[in-house]
Ligand binder design. Structure first.
Ligand code: C5P
Ligand code: MG
Length: 158
């Protein structure tokens, strides 16, 4: 009987002018604002990384990549995901992601046209078929217009 773990991660950043908006490793074209962050501020990949770490009680990405460390400034969050995958591989070599369910909350711009690109990027990072990645986009209905947020749940088979 296979053993399974559920992981969950959440991340949010403030939107500010003059920054690129990066979601799932995809730069959103023509966004007037991006995440105010030490790294590239990719909330989806941060939540994804924390979800994977949470399966194995490995803390969170703030411990692995402290915002106080200047060498992580502007860091491409795909590198964060890759180091988390390697860390998990060291602890549980047989672990394999079964599926990923992500929700991104952003009032504007519309992300729908990027769904396939974002899903494909997440699928590649987690080594799963794209059909096993769900990416949902939601507005905050104007309640958090200066906010970009992502929540990620995943199932991992040991
Ligand atoms: O949040 P709400 O339910 O009003 O979202 C309506 C639709 O807008 C959904 O189909 C969602 O995929 C899309 N959406 C989007 N980009 C966003 C937020 C929502 O494409 N930034
Ligand atoms: Mg973050």
């Amino acid at each position: 009987m296979p053993e399974y773990r559920v992981g969950h991660g959440l991340d949010a950043h403030r939107l500010v002018p003059g920054r690129a908006l990066v979601i799932g490793g995809v730069t959103v074209p023509d966004s007037p604002r991006g995440a105010d962050a030490h790294s590239d501020g990719d909330v989806l990949l941060h939540a994804l990384s924390d979800a994977l770490l949470s399966c194995f009680g490995l803390g969170d990405i703030g411990v692995l990549f402290p915002p106080s460390d200047p060498s992580f400034a502007g860091l491409d969050s795909r590198h964060i995901v890759q180091s988390v995958v390697e860390k998990v591989r060291g602890v549980e070599p047989g672990a394999a992601v079964v599926n990923v369910a992500a929700v991104v909350t952003l009032d504007a711009p519309k992300l729908g046209p990027l769904r396939e690109q974002v899903s494909a990027a997440v699928a590649q990072l987690m080594a799963v078929p794209v059909a096993d990645v769900g990416v949902t986009f939601k507005t905050s209905e104007g309640l958090a217009p200066d906010h970009v947020q992502a929540s990620v749940t995943m199932l991992v088979r040991l």
